[in-house]
Design a protein around this ligand. Structure first.
Ligand code: AKB
Length: 315
């Protein structure tokens, strides 16, 4: 990647990925785009343009005028929010991705697509979920992710487009909070641990989901996009995860640093049913073997860093 257009730059991943890319490729080589004007560092640090991802014509013009060689397409609606308005979620997550894929094809750009553990469903093997297995997701978000994984494979096979992608687990970070996801509890818990000393979880005890600290996710995106294509057998939708825990285990990790921390539960039926349809833990061996995936943060290292960074941010 040399000149990169990023969609959804103001979102949870984009707001950290864009500055990370500035550090590697130079700020003038990264065009951040979003439907809303950015705030914070993104507003001043590098070029920005407004873009609704469903507008393929504008996307293609921006790619051309910026001379982008890569598109990192992050814009999307998350799982729980998608269930509130499925048609809108489908429009953004499918029509938006198709428009961006077409814009990338017209300009022969490499294309990154973030899939998710949501691309799996209740009939998927739950533990050590294989890279290639039954998917059949049951949320509109997951159906869109599974469909776009296959469409990205199709664009590679049919048009030779350099499509690559990851199945992200829940991503945890202290910079931009996620909005409308099922794994969001694992971010909120750290905020409430600092501000209230307790947290009420909308996900039930004993519900395991894959998770990863944001620095490992950022590194994984660049590692995959820079990987030798001859080594990639899968290309799109690599399983990646750094840890799997339930609310009790993350609370126990927080208690190592805040011994008085209390956890209770008020389970949200929608998000609980979504969580129960997803795997407990992924097999990430294809990502390790094909492009050297190697996350650094385990649960306690992440907890320590999250609590330190949030204390600085919130105090
Ligand atoms: C969500 O919870 O919707 C996302 C995801 C796992 O894709 N964080």
């Amino acid at each position: 990647m040399k000149r990169i257009l990023v969609t959804g730059a103001g979102g949870q991943i984009g707001s950290e990925l864009v500055p990370y890319l500035w550090g590697i490729y130079g700020a003038s080589n990264v065009l951040a785009t979003d439907v809303k004007a950015p705030e914070g560092p993104l507003a001043e640090g590098g070029p920005f343009d407004l873009l609704d991802v469903r507008d393929g014509k504008r996307a293609s013009e921006l790619i051309r005028s910026f001379k982008a060689d890569s598109v990192l397409h992050l814009a999307g609606i998350l799982s729980a929010k998608g269930e509130e308005n499925p048609n809108f979620a489908w429009d953004i997550n499918v029509n938006g991705t198709v428009a961006m894929l077409e814009a990338a094809r017209e300009n022969q750009c490499a294309f990154f697509f973030p899939s998710s553990i949501a691309a799996f469903g209740p009939s998927t093997p739950r533990v050590n979920t294989p890279q290639d297995t039954i998917q059949r997701p049951t949320t509109v978000y997951g159906i869109a992710k599974a469909s776009m994984e296959m469409l990205c494979d199709y664009y590679h096979a049919k048009f030779g487009l350099d499509t690559r992608g990851l199945r992200f687990p829940g991503l945890i970070s202290y910079v931009t909070p996620p909005g409308g996801g099922t794994t969001d509890y694992a971010v909120h818990i750290y905020y409430d641990a600092i501000t209230k000393g307790s947290y009420t979880s909308f996900i039930a005890k004993g519900t395991y989901m894959d998770m990863m600290y944001m620095p490992d996710a950022l590194q994984a995106v660049v590692q995959l996009m820079e990987a030798d294509p001859s080594k990639l057998k899968h290309r799109n939708a690599f399983n990646i995860s750094a840890m799997s825990f339930d609310p009790e285990e993350i609370a126990e990790s927080i208690r190592k640093f805040i011994p008085s921390f209390r956890l209770d539960y008020q389970v949200d039926p929608l998000r609980q049913s979504i969580a129960e349809s997803w795997p407990d833990s992924l097999d990430c061996s294809a990502a390790r073997e094909e492009w050297g995936f190697n996350p650094k943060y385990g649960l306690d290292e992440m907890t320590k860093d999250m609590l330190e960074k949030l204390r600085e941010k919130l105090n």
